[in-house]
Design a binder for this molecule. Structure first.
Ligand SMILES: NC(=O)c1ccc[n+]([C@@H]2O[C@H](COP(=O)([O-])OP(=O)(O)OC[C@H]3O[C@@H](n4cnc5c(N)ncnc54)[C@H](OP(=O)(O)O)[C@@H]3O)[C@@H](O)[C@H]2O)c1
Length: 308
């Protein structure tokens, strides 16, 4: 019905996929505050695991631009469901790119630092060869290649360690929950990367030239381990007066916390290429974490609790 209404008005909207995700929610807030018409779809509106469903839904909307924030993001579960992860992350982006090409519009697609194996001793640049360690990373890399193969009007943004104050949950909100429930929390200290606040990614995307294409890295500045991020989350939360009972944060190794999916020990992304276009480096992760926690702390208590 919405698509029919838009057709009648001859308005071509921005189309957002993945509206219920943490990045999707942040993008939806940005689009809602602007003056461009937009349409956001959830999995219930369009299941990317059903390839035949994709073109009819999007052709009916006739978007002026497409942003794909939808993905299979359960990194450990992907080891048991590699085919489903490939369908959503690997093949669907190629179908989206084909449709974008037919419509003559840009597709923005989001990828991940987990395309890399973490065995490099310097931040990964866009030209460095991916070598994913797990099924999720392999599916995301397949998605990048599928987009690149069919569309010359694509923008792929590789991000890392995303977190937000709203959405299905993330490492920071999990730590806040554990910090309220426990006196001791054990956190992996031998994997490093850069935590990235989705609000910064959205701001950066919105500032980019509308015709910019290619592959770019975007993450906040600085470096942290999961342990560093947990400590910082607790420190910032306590400084804001948020109630926590955690007393000890114990650094552990990856071997102490076995998971189904192997993760890169080092996944820093070099962001110079995009920073040159934006005219400034991304904000430091610690500053952005503080901002996210302010947003978190300002939420009504009942709502904040639901997110934990
Ligand atoms: N989270 C991270 O740390 C991280 C790091 C680097 C890059 N990324 C990438 O950044 C992007 C956004 O991630 P995020 O953290 O915002 O993810 P998220 O919060 O897990 O949200 C994923 C979104 O994808 C939707 N989705 C899942 N399966 C779908 C399907 N079959 N059909 C249609 N939609 C489907 C989800 O819908 P439901 O609500 O129905 O499940 C949800 O809206 C993804 O491309 C991800 O790979 C994430």
């Amino acid at each position: 019905m919405l698509a029919a209404g838009l057709r009648r008005l001859r308005v071509r909207p921005v189309l957002l996929l993945g509206k219920t995700g943490q990045l999707g929610q942040a993008l939806a807030r940005y689009l809602a505050a602007g003056d461009r018409p937009w349409v956001a779809l959830s999995r219930a509106d369009l299941d990317l695991a059903q390839p035949a469903a994709i073109a009819p839904v999007i052709q009916a909307i006739q978007p002026a631009e497409m942003i794909n924030a939808a993905a299979y993001t359960a990194v450990d579960r992907a080891e048991q469901e590699p085919e489903l992860a490939q369908a959503i992350n690997g093949r669907a982006p190629g179908i989206l790119a084909e449709i974008a090409t037919q419509l003559g519009v840009r597709l923005t697609h989001i990828s991940t630092d987990y395309v890399f194996d973490g065995r490099q001793g310097r931040p990964y640049q866009e030209g460095d060869r991916p070598n994913p360690l797990n099924s999720y990373g392999a599916s995301k890399w397949a998605g990048e290649q599928a987009v690149q193969a069919v569309s010359d009007r694509h923008l792929i943004l590789r991000a890392s360690w995303l977190y937000a104050a709203t959405g299905p949950g993330n490492f920071v909100t999990t730590m806040l929950r554990l910090g309220r429930e426990r006196t001791e929390v054990r956190v992996v200290a031998d994997q490093v990367g850069t935590p990235t606040y989705v609000a910064d990614l959205v701001t950066a995307w919105a500032q980019l030239p509308p015709d910019l294409g290619g592959l770019y890295h975007y993450c906040n500045s600085g470096v942290a381990s999961w342990y560093d991020l947990a400590i910082a989350s607790f420190e910032e939360a306590i400084a804001l007066g948020l109630p926590l009972q955690v007393e000890r944060v114990v650094p552990i190794t990856t071997a102490d916390y076995p998971t189904a999916a192997q993760r890169p020990a080092y996944s820093l992304l070099a962001t110079q290429k995009l920073s040159e276009i934006l005219g400034a480096p991304p904000p430091h992760w610690r500053e952005s974490l503080r901002q996210m926690l302010r947003v978190w702390g300002d939420r009504p208590p009942a709502q904040s609790d639901q997110q934990l």
